[in-house]
Write a protein that binds this ligand. Structure first.
Ligand code: AMP
Ligand code: GLY
Length: 440
């Protein structure tokens, strides 16, 4: 009989709550401990021990892991990956799901990600150039005309990308933003603006073998009709057939292939296996599937969609990732549709109200509720200022999953709002029509 795993979950959003839920379903009955940044009531309930601490401080994480004798760690967010927490855990003999610092550059440096794809001849990039000085920036903008995007190189919590026609309205504005980025970080990326529909394709990766998850579509804009400021993601859906209504099977195969080629490129580049979740942010365009960005972790909200569907024991998947035997594990997902909707504080993302009480006691299916930026203070839950609570509807078809998610989210009380349009027939049809128009 194998030992009981004691699993450390790092992070405390809805994504980590979903990770804890998936582990709790394991027939191996692991013990869970958590280290996060807010007193997430969901994690506090599922973890034998849950503490708030500095999750980007490798020493502090190691001390916590050592004290609780953890046998496996799972890193949820990107910041600890960038800080080398996976390296420290592996060095201390704790197998970890989440790539080491060098490999996490696929997310933490946009220049690195683009240049690696080019070096390994993976044909998925838009036209792009990396700049360390303003030399050539104006010329490159002239070459791109009205179709340019200016990106900060490093992690910016989704706020570093400015797109022509949305955030930037002239080459003057683009130049000024490039100057600011170079002053700040010494490097920026300018690239061709792609037109199409975005989707996320995440893969479990042990460094050699990838097991792909169903594609998901997230919604970045704060308000209905895809208007308003960008957010961490207001909600997301998967469709029942393991496809998305606006994609073809070949789009999905292409995205899977790009993830496979990128994992192989990372292994070749660093001589180390990428062990974790590889998240490709793709755009389906007239010229085929292109890579927008990589993340080195589960998406949030995408994790709630896919983990709700995962049929294979998630702990077994994590063990296969760290032991590098995903090849021997079949990973399957229920053929159902999911719709995830986030309730966020009024004023989010610019001026979110904070500290207000929220109440989920009227929600009929508490197991479909995921806590995020919310703090448990005694019996009262209070908004902590970012995306507050996610719900997931699960059904044989998208419309029913959407209705279920809408019912669940509507029963949450507090000064919150959500996007009613995510997963609705109308919005999904708009995506289908958009792609039809683009493909001609
Ligand atoms: P990223 O942080 O790279 O995912 O960028 C944030 C958002 O900016 C993406 O979700 C896209 O909506 C948009 N974006 C980034 N790069 C491009 C591009 N080359 N063309 C069009 N939109 C882009
Ligand atoms: N949903 C986008 C992200 O996790 O980065």
């Amino acid at each position: 009989m194998a030992m009981v795993e004691k699993v450390l979950i790092i992070g405390s959003g809805a994504r980590e709550h979903a990770i804890a839920r998936a582990l709790q379903r394991s027939l191996q009955v692991p013990e869970l401990v958590g280290l996060g940044t807010n007193l997430n009531p969901g994690l506090m309930q599922l973890c034998g021990v849950f503490e708030v601490g500095n999750i980007t401080d490798a020493e502090a994480v190691l001390a916590f892991a050592g004290k609780h004798k953890v046998t496996l760690a799972i890193i949820g967010p990107e910041a600890p990956l960038e800080a080398g927490v996976a390296d420290a855990l592996w060095q201390a003999g704790i197998p970890t799901v989440g790539p080491r610092q060098q490999l996490a550059q696929i997310e933490t440096s946009k220049a690195f990600a683009r240049e690696m794809l080019t070096k390994y001849a993976i044909p998925a990039c838009p036209g792009y150039r990396v700049f360390q000085t303003m030399d050539g920036v104006a010329d490159y903008l002239t070459e791109l005309g009205n179709h340019y995007v200016v990106k900060a190189d490093g992690l910016t919590g989704g706020k570093g990308v400015r797109v022509a026609g949305e955030h930037l309205h002239s080459h003057e504005e683009a130049l000024a933003y490039a100057v600011a980025l170079l002053d700040e970080a010494g490097q920026c990326v300018i690239e061709e603006k792609l037109v199409g529909e975005e989707f996320s394709l995440m893969s479990f990766c042990d460094g050699k073998t990838l097991r792909h998850m169903p594609p998901v579509q997230d919604h970045k804009r704060a308000y209905e009709g895809d208007t308003g400021p960008n957010t961490g993601g207001m909600g997301s859906y998967t469709d029942a057939g393991g496809c998305l209504p606006f994609l073809t099977e070949s789009d999905i195969q292409k995205a899977q292939q790009i993830n496979e080629q990128s994992a192989a490129a990372l292994a070749a580049e660093f001589g180390q296996p990428y062990q974790g979740i590889l998240y490709g942010g793709f755009m389906a365009t007239r010229e085929g599937v292109k890579l927008i960005e990589y993340n080195a972790r589960f998406g949030d909200p995408e994790a709630m969609n896919v983990l709700a569907l995962l049929e294979t024991d998630f702990l077994a998947v994590c063990q296969a990732i760290v032991q590098q035997n995903l090849m021997d594990l079949e990973v399957t997902f229920a053929p159902l549709a999911t719709v995830c909707k986030y309730a966020v504080p009024q004023g989010y993302p610019e001026k979110p109200v904070k500290g207000e009480p929220v109440d989920v006691s009227a929600v009929k299916q508490p197991e479909q509720v995921y806590f995020a930026s919310v703090e448990a203070k005694g019996d009262i839950l209070r908004e902590a200022g970012s995306r507050t609570i996610a719900v997931v509807g699960i059904a044989p078809d998208l419309s029913s999953a959407e209705k279920q998610a809408e019912e669940l989210v509507s029963d949450i009380e507090g000064p919150l709002f959500h996007r009613r349009d995510i997963g609705t027939r109308e919005l999904v049809q708009k995506r289908i029509d958009h792609m039809r128009e683009i493909r001609g």
